[in-house]
Design a binder for this molecule. Structure first.
Ligand code: AMP
Length: 355
C-alpha cells in the first residue's frame, strides 16, 4: 500500500493511539493501554472534566473548542509529533465533517476512503448488494410504495426523524413535516426501505489484514425508543392513542446467537470484506458492523453497515463469548485494534493497516 508522505516521517516504534473522546473512546483507550500503547484523547473543553476521571487510561489530552478544529494545522502537527494514529469510531465523521475526516494528515487505522461511501446511503446499500448480501427492497421517491416502509434521514444521528409509512402519500407527508422541521433539505436525501419483520441483530466483525481473517467479535441489539417500549402496551392502546413508533437509540443489549446462524453471519462478513477489496481497495481494515433483521425463516437481511467500531462493542470491554474463542483472553474490539497495530509493527507490515 502507498504510504502517504507525512507517514514516512513517523517513528512506528513510538506510536500513540488517538481518538475523539466520545462514542467508544474509553474502550479504545483501555484496549490501547492493555497492549502497551500511549494514548491521546482529542476532547472538547466541556467534556474534559469527565475524561479526566479516566486519566489512568489517557496519557495526553488535545483540547479543542469544537470538534471541527481537528484539522487545524497546529492540532495536526501536535498529533504528528506524538506519532499518533487516529482510530475513527462511529461519531468521527459526524463530529469533524467528511472533508476533515478523509483528508487529515494523520494516519488512520482503517480505510479512510470508506467514509465517503458511508456518507451516501445509496452507495452503502449498493456495496452490500454487490457483495451478495441480502438487503431490504429500496424505493426511490418516485417509486410506488406497496408495503410498510421505514423512511430514514441522512447522517448518523441515532435514528432521529425516522418514520414508518404504508403508502407513497404517507412518505411524502412525513418528509414534508421533516423539511419544515429543518431535518432535511430535499426529499431525495431520505432513504426509503422495506420495513423488515423479525428481530434486529447487529454483528461486530474485525477484519485482520495481518492474520488475513475475519473474526466475529460480538453481537448486540440496539435498544430504541419508543419502538422497543411499544410491546409493553397492548396493540389496542397503541392504536387508540395513535402512538407512532420512533427509532432513537438509547443503548445496547448483549446478544448471543444460535450457533447455526454464525455460519451465515461469518459468510456475510467475508463477502463484505471481499467486496470492499474490489470496490474500495485495499478494502476494509479492522472493525465493521452489519446491521440486520432476522426473520422466522432464519433469513438475514442487512439494512445498514458501519465501517468502523460501533457503540454496541462497549458491551464487551472485557471480551465477548466470541472474541474469547479466537483469543482465550479478554479481547474487546478496542483491544483488538491495538493488538492488530502491535502485530503489524512486529511483522513490519504497518502499511497494511493504515491509510
Ligand atoms: P439505522 O439508522 O439504519 O441504523 O436504523 C435505525 C433503526 O431503525 C434500526 O436499529 C432498526 O431498529 C430500524 N430499522 C432500520 N432499517 C430497518 C428496516 N429496513 N427494517 C426494519 N427496521 C429497520
Amino acid at each position: 500500500m502507498h504510504m502517504m508522505e507525512f507517514m514516512t516521517r513517523y517513528d512506528f516504534e513510538k506510536l500513540s493511539i488517538a481518538t475523539l473522546a466520545s462514542h467508544s473512546s474509553l474502550q479504545i483507550f483501555h484496549g490501547a493501554k492493555m497492549e502497551g500503547f500511549r494514548t491521546i484523547a482529542i476532547v472538547v473543553e466541556d467534556r474534559l472534566w469527565f475524561y479526566e476521571q479516566f486519566k489512568h487510561l489517557i496519557d495526553y489530552f488535545v483540547v479543542l473548542d469544537s470538534w471541527r478544529e481537528l484539522c487545524r494545522k497546529d492540532v495536526v502537527k501536535e498529533l504528528q509529533s506524538f506519532n499518533a494514529i487516529i482510530v475513527p469510531h462511529g461519531s468521527y465523521v459526524e463530529y469533524v465533517g467528511l472533508e476533515c475526516a478523509e483528508n487529515i494528515e494523520v494516519p488512520i487505522f482503517g480505510l479512510r476512503k470508506l467514509f465517503k461511501v458511508e456518507a451516501d446511503q445509496w452507495a452503502k446499500m449498493n456495496l452490500l448488494q454487490r457483495a451478495g448480501i441480502p438487503i431490504p427492497k429500496i424505493y426511490r421517491i418516485s417509486d410506488k410504495v406497496d408495503r410498510l416502509v421505514i423512511v430514514k434521514l441522512p447522517g448518523a444521528k441515532g435514528g432521529k426523524g425516522y418514520f414508518l409509512a404504508k403508502s407513497s402519500e404517507e412518505v411524502v407527508e412525513g418528509l414534508r413535516e421533516r423539511m419544515v422541521e429543518g431535518l432535511i433539505k430535499s426529499f431525495e436525501e431520505a432513504m426509503i426501505q422495506e420495513y423488515l419483520i423479525g428481530v434486529t441483530a447487529y454483528f461486530h466483525y474485525f477484519y485482520s489484514p495481518i492474520l488475513n481473517r475475519v473474526e466475529i467479535l460480538g453481537a448486540d441489539i440496539r435498544y430504541e425508543t419508543n419502538v422497543d417500549g411499544l410491546r409493553r402496551l397492548s396493540q389496542d392502546i397503541v392504536k387508540e392513542l395513535g402512538i407512532i413508533p420512533t427509532f432513537i437509540v438509547v443503548g445496547n443489549l448483549p446478544l448471543v446467537l444460535r450457533e447455526s446462524l454464525l455460519i451465515k453471519i461469518l459468510d456475510y462478513g467475508v463477502k463484505f470484506v471481499e467486496e470492499t477489496k474490489r470496490s474500495v481497495p485495499p478494502g476494509v481494515i479492522g472493525p465493521f458492523c452489519l446491521e440486520s433483521v432476522i426473520n422466522d425463516k432464519m433469513d438475514i437481511k442487512v439494512f445498514e453497515f458501519s465501517g468502523r467500531i460501533v457503540a454496541g462493542t462497549n458491551l464487551y470491554i472485557d471480551g465477548s463469548p466470541y472474541s474469547y474463542l479466537y483469543w482465550s483472553e479478554p479481547m474487546s474490539t478496542g483491544r483488538r485494534i491495538a493488538r492488530e497495530i502491535k502485530l503489524a509493527i512486529q511483522r513490519n507490515l504497518i502499511e497494511k493497516i493504515l491509510t
